[in-house]
Design a protein around this ligand. Structure first.
Ligand SMILES: *Cc1c(COP(=O)(O)O)cnc(C)c1O
Length: 392
């Protein structure tokens, strides 16, 4: 099919819930994507932080193919090797104790919220179920994770929302204290707010929050759906913040492009969700887990160091272009935000870049770049050249 045929068929038969860019994608190699007509696009999006190994990665394709030939799905009523091995790897590399596997970020966060509430219920009984989240956060699209999301624009249409969420300002301990109370069981944060605009939390603030959680027996819940799996230059961002969360959620990049998510819990929380309290049919799918193992094998410590170096390279490259529309860059590793100067429109900039062969994202008030972690210097240079041509 041609791009236009695909767009027309989509318009007719797929529910119109996405503001799509006017491009159909057919296939990819490395960090380059191609439309059905063969036009190339440098990809600074990774399918929104998902395709960390890029496109057509041989180890990933081989792992999926081999596992699909053996066993595609069997349910959690039985044991399978790929999930057990992936859970072992994640625990050994993070210091966490155990994993629950799910399918998407919102669903993982639901599990994290259920765990926090049950931890508190088991220990203190009813009436201690409130969770403090941060203004400008994003935690998902289910009714409960929409409520957890600290942005008023998400609290519309779908009433009644889940009760029991309160909001505090990021990097402001006094604001957190003001939201505290006897009914609180947990604090939930993104260490770098992604959808909110690539805004990293301060290290001192995060450590102070962790200390407060310990003193009050609140669980520290960290949403690493976007920051996790190497994106920030460490396997999880919390490893750069010097804290060990009680529960961490992950999704996007975990299986390099197949749908998978989950939560990691520490020793204190390993038995909170016992048999019958939580489940999901597709969770721990063996093909997704095999893909996840291929991702883990690629993300060595040396590879993660390279992610940091590539992030620095790209940010310096962007700032050196000194474009009229762009201000400062910010972020961690290959999770990069670019300030858009007043008088310029982030959506128009994104469209202009895409027309010229560079795929980018927007977030909050500015641009957001989430390139595949395997992106080469040559691909980054090509992307920078397109920025210069299109925006100078
Ligand atoms: C993307 C995202 C989610 C939601 O993940 P889905 O897979 O779309 O449900 C939740 N939290 C954060 C931080 C995210 O970036």
């Amino acid at each position: 099919m041609t791009s236009n045929e695909i767009k027309a068929l989509t318009g007719q038969y797929i529910m119109n819930t996405y503001g799509r860019f006017p491009v159909a994608i057919d296939h990819g190699r490395g960090a380059t994507l191609y439309d059905p007509e063969g036009n190339a696009y440098i990809d600074f999006t990774s399918g929104i932080g998902v395709c960390d190994l890029g496109y057509g990665n041989e180890a990933w394709v081989d792992a999926i193919t081999a596992q699909a030939k053996k066993l595609g799905h069997v349910s959690n009523l039985f044991y399978t090797e790929p999930a057990a091995r992936l859970a072992e790897t994640l625990c050994k590399r993070t210091g966490e104790s155990c994993v629950f596997f799910a399918n998407g970020g919102g669903e993982a966060n639901e599990g994290m919220i259920k765990l926090a509430r049950k931890y508190s219920f088991d220990k203190y009984g009813k009436g201690r179920a409130a969770i403090i989240t941060l203004n400008n956060s994003f935690h998902g699209r289910t009714i409960t994770t929409l409520t957890a999301t600290g942005q008023e624009v998400f609290h519309n249409y779908f009433f009644p929302f889940t009760e029991g969420f309160r909001y505090a300002d990021a990097n402001d301990l006094a604001s957190l204290e003001a939201a505290a109370g006897d009914d609180v069981c947990a604090v939930m944060v993104e260490l770098v707010q992604g959808e909110g605009g690539v805004l990293p939390l301060d290290r001192d603030y995060v450590q102070a929050v962790a200390k407060l959680c310990e003193e009050r027996d609140w669980l520290l819940l960290v949403d690493e759906v976007q920051t996790g799996v190497g994106r920030t230059g460490s396997l999880f961002a919390f490893q750069q913040y010097g804290v060990l969360p009680d529960v961490v959620s992950f999704a996007k990049g975990i299986a390099g492009g197949l749908p998978m998510s989950g939560i990691l819990a520490n020793e204190k929380c390993r038995n909170v969700l016992g048999p019958g309290t939580h489940a999901t049919t597709f969770g721990a799918n063996p093909v997704c887990a095999a893909a996840g193992l291929a991702v883990q094998e690629t993300l060595t410590d040396a590879f993660l160091e390279e992610v940091k170096a590539k992030g620095d390279y790209l940010r310096q490259g962007i700032e050196a272009l000194d474009l009229p529309c762009f201000g400062k860059t910010r972020g961690l590793g290959l999770m990069i935000g670019i300030e858009v100067r007043e008088g310029f429109n982030k959506g128009e900039i994104a469209n202009k870049l895409i027309e010229n062969g560079l795929l980018v994202l927007t977030a909050g008030p500015g641009m957001r770049l989430l390139p595949p972690l395997v992106i080469t210097r040559e691909e980054m240079d090509r992307g920078l050249a397109i920025m210069k041509e299109a925006l100078a």
